[in-house]
Design a protein around this ligand. Structure first.
Ligand SMILES: Nc1ncnc2c1ncn2[C@@H]1O[C@H](COP(=O)(O)OP(=O)(O)O)[C@@H](O)[C@H]1O
Ligand SMILES: [Mg+2]
Length: 253
């Protein structure tokens, strides 16, 4: 057995006095898609943000426990949060391309930040990333046009390409299709299988059909607790916990 890419050990997250995530233990294997499901307000986004050290930037937020990425404790003293964040890509609910930049400049923005200037190299990475996000054919003739000229679904795939360009070990996606129409949603779901050949994915979705379609493992959160984690098929067809069963059969949500 290979060591997991990511391990959360007894992770708790507070906002001031309020506890949003309680003692979560979870491992994620390399090259898999993992879904986080659960009703609104149960701590999915809060947990996801901890894996990118985004709570460092939220006043009052506090993360305890250990989050280990490829053997390295993300919160150990002396770990550079910026360098750590670079290893973990993030795609948000609403597409957020840099509005003043072209399609091309969006994709290579992270690479430029790391000092890459070579035109040929930037173009090569842009093409590979846009192909990875299944957007290349649609934008290859308009790389220099503003990113804001793309449709919502294209903008979200551009954000995926932008994340892929820096070759993240882990890609976090927080309800990445909830602002998109069904056709754009289907395109992004289709992408997932290809994406896990190049990275590992942790996706929050409140759409259980989406979780069932795209993920290898599923974690069910409820009121800040990780109630159940397992192979997606098992979680949906023979959940061990009655709360999971109630949720996946649509009895609350
Ligand atoms: N910045 C914040 N400050 C205080 N409370 C927050 C903040 N963000 C989220 N919460 C609270 O933490 C809980 C979990 O929220 P969240 O992680 O966004 O849930 P989910 O993504 O599952 O809908 C909720 O009760 C929410 O109100
Ligand atoms: Mg959320």
């Amino acid at each position: 057995m290979s060591t997991p890419l990511l391990t959360a050990q007894d992770v708790s997250i507070h906002y001031g006095d309020k506890q949003a995530v309680r003692g979560v233990n979870l491992s994620i294997e390399r090259g898999t898609v993992n879904a986080l499901i659960g009703p609104s307000g149960c701590g999915k986004t809060t947990f996801l943000r901890a894996i990118n050290r985004m709570h460092d930037l939220t006043p009052g937020a506090r993360v305890t426990g250990r989050i280990v990425l490829d053997g390295e404790d993300m919160y150990a003293p002396g770990v550079d949060a910026v360098a750590m964040r670079r290893r973990v890509g993030m795609v948000f609910q609403k597409p957020n391309p840099f509005p003043t930049m072209s399609v091309f400049d969006n994709v290579v923005s992270g690479l430029k930040l790391t000092g890459v200037r070579d035109r040929a190299r930037l173009m090569e990475v842009a093409e590979r990333s846009l192909r990875g996000a299944a957007l290349w054919d649609e934008v290859k003739d308009r790389l220099k046009t503003p990113a804001t000229g793309l449709s919502g679904g294209q903008q979200q795939r551009l954000c995926i390409a932008r994340a892929l360009a820096v070759e993240p070990e882990l890609l976090l996606m927080d309800e990445p299709t909830s602002a998109l129409d069904p056709a754009s949603t289907a395109r992004i779901e289709d992408l997932m299988t290809g994406l896990k050949k190049v990275t590992t994915i942790l996706i929050v979705t409140h759409n259980m059909h989406q979780a069932a379609r795209v993920s290898d493992t599923t974690s069910f959160f409820l009121n800040g607790d990780l109630v159940e984690h397992g192979v997606t098929d098992q979680v949906f067809t023979s959940p061990r916990d009655e709360r999971t069963e109630a949720y996946v059969t649509g009895r609350f949500g």
